[in-house]
Design a protein. Structure first.
Length: 95
């Protein structure tokens, strides 16, 4: 009976360790969900709402993003230059 508990303990330990390791590898991927803003770097966008006091919002893909950059009116073209947490950093696009 003692070996049964040892075997069960080892099976559960290995199972949860593999799940933990899989999760860590997923988080380390460059395309992980928490790094979704990285794919927009270099994209040229048109502002639907103005950037006021250095902050604004833009609808991109299936979500709305907070953008930071210079004060610009609605309809201005901007380029995504970086990502900081869940905020897209933008700059005026000269075309």
């Amino acid at each position: 009976m003692k070996w049964y508990f040892v075997f069960a303990f080892l099976v559960f330990t290995v199972y949860f360790w593999l799940k933990y390791r899989s999760r860590q590898l997923d988080l380390a991927r460059p395309t992980a969900a928490h790094r979704s803003g990285m794919r927009h770097i270099g994209a040229n966008l048109v502002l639907q709402t103005p950037i006021q006091n250095g902050s604004g919002r833009i609808h991109l893909g299936n979500r709305e993003w907070v953008v930071r950059g210079p004060n610009l009116p609605a309809g201005s073209r901007v380029r995504v230059t970086g990502v900081q947490d869940t905020t897209l950093l933008v700059d005026r696009c000269v075309s």
